[in-house]
Design a protein around this ligand. Structure first.
Ligand SMILES: *[C@@H]1O[C@H](CO)[C@@H](O)[C@H](O)[C@H]1NC(C)=O
Ligand SMILES: *[C@@H]1O[C@H](CO)[C@@H](O)[C@H](O)[C@H]1NC(C)=O
Length: 311
């Protein structure tokens, strides 16, 4: 029905079309009805509430905007987030979900896979492959605009994720459906060594953090993911085929960024003015390396617990 509507809308004026669509959406649950991407809000959220991640902010807002502007994309959007724990990967992925669907992350069209939950036994990869393929295929048949998050990629049994390869490529039609409107986000710590090494060298040479360029990291992250035998991308054909649109590096956070996390969470609790707590939590984190103490070893991860300690 909505497909007919979209054809009809080519001939009708926008307001008329909008009225018809709203009317239809009161009768029918459909992902086209729930799909309300708001790029501007996403950008605002990314730039205002994510700290120290100029690469992730730029790449995610750029790629999502570009992808959604195209009504007939050539291939799905596939992003892969890499970096140490506490650097904001989960935060950014939930922002993405929140600003795409009306019902945000709880939308039935936003799917999340966690290896320790969904795929806990490495010796059952073959069963998991069948399962994952039929889930994704079923989800996409229901909603071409489905969004898939794959968490903890460093714990994903190698070989499993390759079952998605036919969905990620530029093929026009797979299994009878157009799968090119979907968004896939892989999230994991693999590649953190190369990212942190680059951030450290930049810092030691007195460089500006913003001088770290995405292009300098892309190949190194791809290599690390492909070569790490504990990663879900180990020898993955998805990487071989260049099906990842962009690798998104999350840089290690310095004390200044951790303190911004503390401040923002204090404000959410109505204690914006407690700069003593900001100072105390910032000072209580562990910073590495031993020489220089540049980066928080847990990013912003332990912040809520530490706030409770000092508030
Ligand atoms: C969609 O994926 C979920 C897992 O996130 C699965 O439980 C469900 O059965 C899938 N839906 C279809 C129609 O296959
Ligand atoms: C993974 O690689 C490491 C070092 O590269 C090696 O020591 C280890 O045995 C490998 N593990 C498996 C399961 O192949």
């Amino acid at each position: 029905m909505l497909a007919i509507l979209s054809v009809l809308c080519l001939y009708l004026t926008n307001p008329v079309c909008g009225v018809i669509q709203r009317l239809l959406c009161t009768f029918k649950d459909s992902c086209d009805c729930d799909f309300k991407p708001n790029i501007r809000d996403l950008e605002w959220d990314l730039y205002k509430n994510v700290y120290g991640q100029h690469l992730a902010q730029d790449i995610v807002s750029e790629e999502v905007a570009r992808f959604l502007q195209n009504n007939n994309p050539e291939r799905p959007l596939v992003l892969s987030f890499h970096g140490s724990s506490g650097t904001g990967k989960t935060l950014v992925s939930s922002m993405l979900g929140n600003h795409l669907y009306g019902s945000a992350m709880s939308s039935p069209y936003v799917h999340q896979f966690v290896p320790t939950l969904h795929f806990p036994y490495p010796d059952q990869v073959n069963e998991y492959r069948e399962e994952l393929k039929s889930w994704v295929q079923g989800n996409l048949t229901e909603c071409a605009r489905s969004v898939f998050f794959f968490d903890e990629m460093e714990k994903m049994p190698p070989g499993l994720i390759d079952v998605l390869q036919p969905f990620l490529g530029p093929s026009h039609v797979v299994f009878g459906t157009n799968y090119r409107k979907a968004i896939y986000v892989f999230i994991g710590s693999t590649g953190e060594e190369v990212i942190n090494k680059m951030a450290l060298e930049n810092r030691q040479s007195g460089g500006d953090r913003d001088e770290i360029k995405w292009a300098d990291l892309q190949e190194a992250i791809a290599q690390a993911a492909y070569n790490s035998n504990s990663s879900g991308f180990f020898h993955s054909s998805i990487i071989q085929h260049n099906y990842i649109t962009r690798f998104v590096p999350f840089l290690p956070l310095s004390r200044r960024h951790v303190e911004r996390c503390v401040h923002s969470q204090l404000c959410q609790r109505g204690s914006c003015g407690r700069s003593d707590v900001v100072e105390a939590v910032g000072g209580d984190m562990i910073y590495t390396p031993v020489k220089g103490h540049y980066f928080s070893s847990t990013g912003c991860k332990a912040v809520p617990a530490k706030i409770n300690l000092f508030l």
